[in-house]
Design a binder for this molecule. Sequence first.
Ligand code: ZN
Length: 197
Amino acid sequence: MKHLAVFAVLSLFGSAFALSESQKLHLVIDPGHGGKDPGHPVEQVYESDINLQWALELKEAAEARGIEVTLTREEDEFIQLSDRAAIADAIEDDNVVLISLHQAASNNSDAKGTRVYTSEDADEATKSLAAIIKAHLDTIYETRLEEGDFYMLRNRNYPAIMISAGFMSNADNLELLQSEEFRAQFNDQLLNALVKE
Ligand SMILES: [Zn+2]
Protein backbone atom coordinates (compact mmCIF):
# COMPACT_ATOMS: atom_id res chain seq x y z
CA MET A 1 0.00 0.00 0.00
CA LYS A 2 1.38 3.37 -0.98
CA HIS A 3 1.00 6.20 1.45
CA LEU A 4 1.44 9.68 0.19
CA ALA A 5 4.29 11.38 1.95
CA VAL A 6 2.33 14.60 2.03
CA PHE A 7 0.17 13.31 4.87
CA ALA A 8 3.21 12.77 7.02
CA VAL A 9 4.49 16.28 6.49
CA LEU A 10 1.24 18.21 6.42
CA SER A 11 1.76 19.25 10.00
CA LEU A 12 5.23 20.50 9.16
CA PHE A 13 4.39 22.34 5.99
CA GLY A 14 0.86 23.33 6.79
CA SER A 15 -0.91 22.55 3.54
CA ALA A 16 -2.45 21.06 0.98
CA PHE A 17 -0.94 18.89 -1.69
CA ALA A 18 -3.95 16.88 -0.73
CA LEU A 19 -4.00 13.58 -2.53
CA SER A 20 -5.88 10.73 -0.94
CA GLU A 21 -4.39 7.26 -0.91
CA SER A 22 -6.61 6.10 -3.71
CA GLN A 23 -5.63 8.96 -5.98
CA LYS A 24 -2.79 8.12 -8.27
CA LEU A 25 0.00 10.50 -9.11
CA HIS A 26 0.66 11.24 -12.77
CA LEU A 27 4.20 12.55 -13.02
CA VAL A 28 5.16 14.57 -16.08
CA ILE A 29 8.92 14.74 -16.50
CA ASP A 30 10.23 17.48 -18.78
CA PRO A 31 13.88 16.98 -19.76
CA GLY A 32 15.04 20.48 -20.66
CA HIS A 33 16.48 21.33 -24.12
CA GLY A 34 17.29 18.84 -26.90
CA GLY A 35 18.10 18.72 -30.60
CA LYS A 36 19.36 22.09 -31.89
CA ASP A 37 19.17 23.42 -28.30
CA PRO A 38 21.83 21.67 -26.19
CA GLY A 39 21.42 23.88 -23.12
CA HIS A 40 24.67 24.49 -21.28
CA PRO A 41 27.57 22.86 -23.13
CA VAL A 42 30.53 22.30 -20.82
CA GLU A 43 33.62 20.38 -21.92
CA GLN A 44 31.83 18.36 -24.62
CA VAL A 45 29.02 17.51 -22.22
CA TYR A 46 25.56 18.80 -23.15
CA GLU A 47 22.95 19.68 -20.56
CA SER A 48 20.29 18.30 -22.91
CA ASP A 49 21.90 14.84 -22.78
CA ILE A 50 22.22 14.84 -18.99
CA ASN A 51 18.61 15.95 -18.62
CA LEU A 52 17.32 13.22 -20.93
CA GLN A 53 19.36 10.45 -19.35
CA TRP A 54 18.19 11.64 -15.94
CA ALA A 55 14.56 11.77 -17.03
CA LEU A 56 14.65 8.25 -18.46
CA GLU A 57 16.10 6.92 -15.20
CA LEU A 58 13.57 8.88 -13.12
CA LYS A 59 10.76 7.48 -15.29
CA GLU A 60 11.91 3.92 -14.67
CA ALA A 61 12.25 4.50 -10.92
CA ALA A 62 8.83 6.17 -10.73
CA GLU A 63 7.10 3.42 -12.70
CA ALA A 64 8.68 0.85 -10.39
CA ARG A 65 6.72 2.57 -7.61
CA GLY A 66 3.47 2.42 -9.55
CA ILE A 67 3.50 6.08 -10.58
CA GLU A 68 2.18 6.90 -14.03
CA VAL A 69 4.74 8.85 -16.04
CA THR A 70 4.64 10.99 -19.15
CA LEU A 71 7.81 12.44 -20.70
CA THR A 72 7.72 15.64 -22.78
CA ARG A 73 10.54 14.21 -24.90
CA GLU A 74 12.15 10.78 -25.09
CA GLU A 75 14.84 11.53 -27.64
CA ASP A 76 17.43 14.14 -28.48
CA GLU A 77 14.98 16.38 -30.31
CA PHE A 78 13.94 20.02 -30.19
CA ILE A 79 10.47 20.62 -28.76
CA GLN A 80 9.03 24.09 -28.19
CA LEU A 81 8.20 25.02 -24.62
CA SER A 82 4.57 25.61 -25.59
CA ASP A 83 4.36 22.07 -26.99
CA ARG A 84 5.93 20.63 -23.85
CA ALA A 85 3.44 22.50 -21.67
CA ALA A 86 0.58 21.35 -23.93
CA ILE A 87 1.55 17.71 -23.33
CA ALA A 88 1.17 18.20 -19.57
CA ASP A 89 -1.91 20.41 -19.86
CA ALA A 90 -3.71 17.78 -21.97
CA ILE A 91 -3.54 15.11 -19.27
CA GLU A 92 -6.97 14.72 -17.74
CA ASP A 93 -5.93 13.00 -14.52
CA ASP A 94 -6.54 14.99 -11.35
CA ASN A 95 -3.14 14.49 -9.80
CA VAL A 96 -0.62 15.75 -12.29
CA VAL A 97 2.75 16.98 -11.06
CA LEU A 98 5.22 18.46 -13.55
CA ILE A 99 8.93 18.23 -12.89
CA SER A 100 11.07 20.14 -15.38
CA LEU A 101 14.65 18.89 -15.26
CA HIS A 102 17.58 21.19 -15.96
CA GLN A 103 21.18 21.75 -14.91
CA ALA A 104 22.75 25.06 -14.06
CA ALA A 105 25.99 26.73 -15.18
CA SER A 106 27.69 29.83 -13.85
CA ASN A 107 30.74 31.99 -14.56
CA ASN A 108 31.57 31.38 -10.92
CA SER A 109 33.03 27.88 -10.96
CA ASP A 110 32.50 27.66 -7.19
CA ALA A 111 28.71 27.81 -7.56
CA LYS A 112 27.25 24.39 -6.86
CA GLY A 113 24.30 22.56 -5.40
CA THR A 114 20.74 21.68 -6.26
CA ARG A 115 18.02 24.28 -6.88
CA VAL A 116 14.29 23.67 -6.62
CA TYR A 117 12.28 26.39 -8.37
CA THR A 118 8.67 27.45 -8.27
CA SER A 119 7.18 30.43 -10.04
CA GLU A 120 6.62 33.54 -7.93
CA ASP A 121 2.85 33.22 -8.13
CA ALA A 122 2.77 29.47 -7.42
CA ASP A 123 -0.11 28.36 -5.20
CA GLU A 124 0.33 26.98 -1.69
CA ALA A 125 0.12 23.35 -2.81
CA THR A 126 2.98 23.88 -5.24
CA LYS A 127 5.10 25.77 -2.73
CA SER A 128 4.59 23.15 -0.04
CA LEU A 129 5.43 20.35 -2.45
CA ALA A 130 8.61 22.22 -3.46
CA ALA A 131 9.52 22.54 0.24
CA ILE A 132 8.98 18.80 0.73
CA ILE A 133 11.16 18.04 -2.31
CA LYS A 134 13.83 20.44 -1.05
CA ALA A 135 13.86 18.76 2.37
CA HIS A 136 14.32 15.33 0.81
CA LEU A 137 17.00 16.32 -1.69
CA ASP A 138 18.84 18.21 1.04
CA THR A 139 19.51 14.87 2.76
CA ILE A 140 21.83 13.87 -0.07
CA TYR A 141 23.01 17.18 -1.49
CA GLU A 142 22.95 20.87 -0.56
CA THR A 143 19.62 22.12 -1.94
CA ARG A 144 18.08 25.58 -2.11
CA LEU A 145 14.51 26.67 -2.76
CA GLU A 146 14.21 29.50 -5.28
CA GLU A 147 11.59 31.37 -7.22
CA GLY A 148 11.99 31.93 -10.93
CA ASP A 149 10.08 33.11 -13.94
CA PHE A 150 10.17 30.07 -16.21
CA TYR A 151 7.75 29.31 -19.01
CA MET A 152 7.08 25.74 -17.87
CA LEU A 153 6.11 26.91 -14.39
CA ARG A 154 3.87 29.78 -15.43
CA ASN A 155 0.06 29.43 -15.44
CA ARG A 156 -0.02 25.69 -14.89
CA ASN A 157 -3.16 24.25 -13.26
CA TYR A 158 -1.14 21.64 -11.34
CA PRO A 159 2.04 21.77 -9.27
CA ALA A 160 4.91 22.61 -11.63
CA ILE A 161 8.44 22.59 -10.27
CA MET A 162 11.80 23.00 -11.94
CA ILE A 163 14.79 21.18 -10.54
CA SER A 164 18.37 21.93 -11.41
CA ALA A 165 20.33 19.07 -9.91
CA GLY A 166 23.73 20.71 -10.10
CA PHE A 167 26.12 23.15 -11.76
CA MET A 168 27.86 21.83 -14.85
CA SER A 169 30.38 24.66 -14.42
CA ASN A 170 31.63 23.17 -11.16
CA ALA A 171 33.99 20.22 -11.64
CA ASP A 172 32.75 18.30 -8.60
CA ASN A 173 29.12 18.85 -9.56
CA LEU A 174 29.72 17.81 -13.14
CA GLU A 175 31.22 14.58 -11.90
CA LEU A 176 28.19 13.98 -9.66
CA LEU A 177 25.76 14.69 -12.49
CA GLN A 178 27.49 12.05 -14.57
CA SER A 179 27.34 9.48 -11.77
CA GLU A 180 24.58 6.93 -12.23
CA GLU A 181 24.75 6.18 -8.52
CA PHE A 182 24.19 9.83 -7.58
CA ARG A 183 21.29 10.14 -10.01
CA ALA A 184 19.70 7.01 -8.53
CA GLN A 185 19.97 8.37 -4.97
CA PHE A 186 18.63 11.72 -6.10
CA ASN A 187 15.68 10.12 -7.92
CA ASP A 188 14.94 7.98 -4.89
CA GLN A 189 14.70 11.03 -2.62
CA LEU A 190 12.68 12.96 -5.18
CA LEU A 191 10.19 10.10 -5.38
CA ASN A 192 10.13 9.77 -1.59
CA ALA A 193 9.01 13.40 -1.56
CA LEU A 194 6.14 12.60 -3.92
CA VAL A 195 4.97 9.20 -2.74
CA LYS A 196 6.18 7.19 0.20
CA GLU A 197 6.07 3.41 0.53
ZN1 ZN B 1 18.49 24.17 -18.88
